[in-house]
Write a protein that binds this ligand. Sequence first.
Ligand code: ZN
Ligand code: ZN
Ligand code: ZN
Length: 139
Amino acid sequence: MKQDIENKLIGKNTRPTSMRILVYDFLSSQEAAMSLSEIENHFDHADRTTIYRTLKTFEEKGIVHGIQENATTKYKLCHDGCNENTHKDWHLHFYCKICQQTTCKEDISFPENMRTDFRIDEIRLFAKGICENCLESLQ
Ligand SMILES: [Zn+2]
Ligand SMILES: [Zn+2]
Ligand SMILES: [Zn+2]
């Protein structure tokens, strides 16, 4: 597992420090996107600045993408297609009003190979509603 993460980080031109490995491991174990404070709470003893810097590096290197949600940003791991030049996370992000979790809905996405005369640097698709788990418990 640790070796896997090291290889992923190296593959994205990022030196696998122990903090980076820990943060990557935590994010990969989560179904939902995590905010800085949620990540912080998970690592009681880690320094806030270190975690913040880790996330910023990850974002620059195409390892995580940030999802803007009101005043906070949540982070979710990217796919192999993202790198330090481009992010290709052109899928829907879904916020559940009941469990307050934000998830990536990869099957609903913008076509990546779309040809345009203009250049797209960023696409944000964001929806709010009730997720499949919460819908089920409502019945
Ligand atoms: Zn990405
Ligand atoms: Zn929910
Ligand atoms: Zn996403």
